[in-house]
Design a protein around this ligand. Structure first.
Ligand SMILES: [Zn+2]
Length: 126
């Protein structure tokens, strides 16, 4: 079974690409240490030292992080399972949505307040 190493991401797969989510192996530490660091930092785990079997799921990568010809092939021939590869310098950049956290809910209420203010303004204008 493959598990995503990113903190708060519960993505896992029993079989490869069963849910359309792919898993990517960490870059080689000795070959690309900076990229390796960015991947580790992105996971937001304490004392995290990824080994050989550690992976990050495709939810954390943007479409431009992928090999464009692989993506195109996947779109053109949806019946065939194409293994879409990451670009050699790709780093996970998609902002993580952290569920059930206090900061998230306060953000929401802030947005609600602003929305209500806007609506009040509209009322005054009318
Ligand atoms: Zn993930």
């Amino acid at each position: 079974m493959t598990l995503c190493s990113v903190f708060n991401c519960n993505e896992r797969s029993e079989k490869q690409s069963s849910s359309g989510v792919h898993f990517h192996v960490f870059p080689c530490h000795s070959k690309s240490p900076t990229r390796f660091r960015s991947w580790v930092n992105y996971c937001k785990r304490k004392n995290f030292n990824p080994g050989y079997s550690v992976r990050i799921c495709s939810k954390h990568f943007k479409s431009e992080d992928y090999n464009q010809s692989d993506l195109l092939r996947q779109q053109l021939i949806p019946n065939i399972k194409v293994k879409v590869k990451l670009n050699t310098n790709a780093v996970p950049t998609v902002p993580q949505n952290i569920p059930c956290s206090t900061s998230n809910s306060s953000n929401l209420s802030e947005r609600e307040k602003r929305k209500r203010k806007k609506e009040k303004k509209k009322l005054y204008l009318l």
